[in-house]
Design a protein around this ligand. Structure first.
Ligand SMILES: Nc1ncnc2c1ncn2[C@@H]1O[C@H](COP(=O)(O)OP(=O)(O)O)[C@@H](O)[C@H]1O
Ligand SMILES: [Mg+2]
Length: 368
């Protein structure tokens, strides 16, 4: 089995997210999977009108992986998303599909999906410049949270304690909006949660761990990367039910959900597609890297089983892409004698199912 981790940051052991990727790689290798960490931004793709394709990475021609685990989070670039969609269409199993990575990266879109499904979220407005003070005061009030539409690790989250502070801040963020195109949201401050929240880690419909995060002295943000500390928190039925619903509505296989404490229990702050676990593992006594790998392999097996039935429905199975089949051969061919050879690797089986997940790639050996 071949597994890829997609990672966009520096491949440097000083980067905590890279160390986490290495941990996942080690667990996958312990399970016998050949594992690579790759930057999807550096994958070169070619698709042509006859449905042919090939992919190169750092000068070598790539085979198809069985599984991709995206670890690109809210910073996932357009290039990375394109690469993910490309492989999804070829029937590769994704632990978090490109579509859900894209949805969860957008905090407003996430909250809208959840609210439409009856889940509690803080009132949120898309930031416009100059801001409509009257509407903000009426709908959200002060103190007020301002955050970048896409962001992680607490870096783009600000608290304006008063209207005056908010006015000062808007000059700065209007500038960022105009010069860098950064989008902002304005959100009701959930006062009961000041300086604390819950991080609930859900893997394939089950709560894997739950941790309360307590902000560093004087901060309202509970992120561990901002100096917060984490302690295990009981997984009450209320927490489990809410978190599992969030993961289900967003179709997330793996997610770290931030829950804010509010008057009625909890409200959903955000859902991350690349949740960290360096702080979670010791706090909750879990091995998250192993749980992620096991979930990926389990999903792949399920897709393989679905594939056997899909296989029976395919009219011309001989032309579909199979592991080690035409895609691979074609890739070799291209490497040896460009330009394009004749090939038909794109699988009929790569048609999205109702879950938004692709149907699995056909594996003739599995079907035989
Ligand atoms: N509406 C809010 N009310 C109170 N605290 C909040 C609110 N939104 C965010 N926070 C605090 O700020 C932290 C970071 O916000 P979040 O939206 O999760 O951004 P990031 O993606 O950077 O983690 C949260 O963990 C929480 O402690
Ligand atoms: Mg967060």
């Amino acid at each position: 089995m071949k597994l890829w981790l997609f990672f966009q940051d520096r491949f440097d052991e000083k980067v905590p997210e890279y160390v986490e990727a290495l941990k996942i790689k080690a667990e996958a290798e312990a399970r016998g999977a050949e594992t690579d960490i790759m930057n999807p931004e550096h994958i070169e793709l070619l698709v042509d009108s006859s449905g042919d394709w090939y992919a190169m990475y750092e000068g070598r021609v790539l085979d198809l992986p069985d599984i991709v685990i995206p670890r690109t989070g809210a910073d996932t670039t357009y290039t990375s998303l394109s690469v993910m969609r490309f492989y999804e269409r070829l029937g590769v199993t994704f632990l978090n599909t490109p579509r859900v990575v894209e949805t969860a990266a957008d905090k407003l879109h996430t909250l809208q999906v959840l609210a439409a499904n009856g889940l509690p979220v803080p009132r949120t407005m898309l930031g416009t410049f100059p801001p409509n003070m009257e509407a903000i005061e009426k709908n959200l009030g002060f103190p007020l949270i301002v955050k970048t539409l896409k962001g992680t690790c607490g870096g783009g989250v600000f608290l304006a304690e008063s209207k005056d502070q908010f006015k000062d801040l808007t000059d700065l963020i209007a500038e960022a909006n105009a010069t860098t195109g950064t989008h902002f949201i304005f959100q009701k401050f959930v006062a009961k949660s000041r300086g604390k929240d819950l991080r609930v880690f859900v893997i394939r419909g089950k709560v894997h761990a739950c941790m309360q995060r307590i902000a560093a002295e004087g901060s309202f943000k509970a992120n561990l990367s901002k100096g917060g500390r984490g302690i295990a928190h009981p997984i009450t039925p209320e927490i489990a039910e809410l978190s599992i619903k969030v993961a289900r509505e967003l179709r997330l296989d793996v997610t770290g959900i931030d829950l804010l404490f509010d008057e009625n229990g909890f409200t959903v702050c955000e859902a991350n597609t690349t949740p960290g676990f360096t702080g979670l593992d010791p706090a909750c006594n879990v091995n998250t890297a192993r749980a992620i790998v096991d979930a990926a392999i389990a999903k792949w097996h399920e897709n393989q089983r679905k594939g056997i039935f899909g296989f029976l429905r395919l009219p011309k199975w001989g032309t579909t892409n199979t592991k080690g089949g035409s895609g691979k051969a074609a890739a070799r061919h291209i490497a040896q004698d460009s330009p394009m050879p004749a090939m038909k690797p794109i699988s009929d089986a790569a048609i999205a199912d109702v879950e938004g997940n692709p149907a699995p790639r056909m594996d003739v050996r599995a079907a035989a």
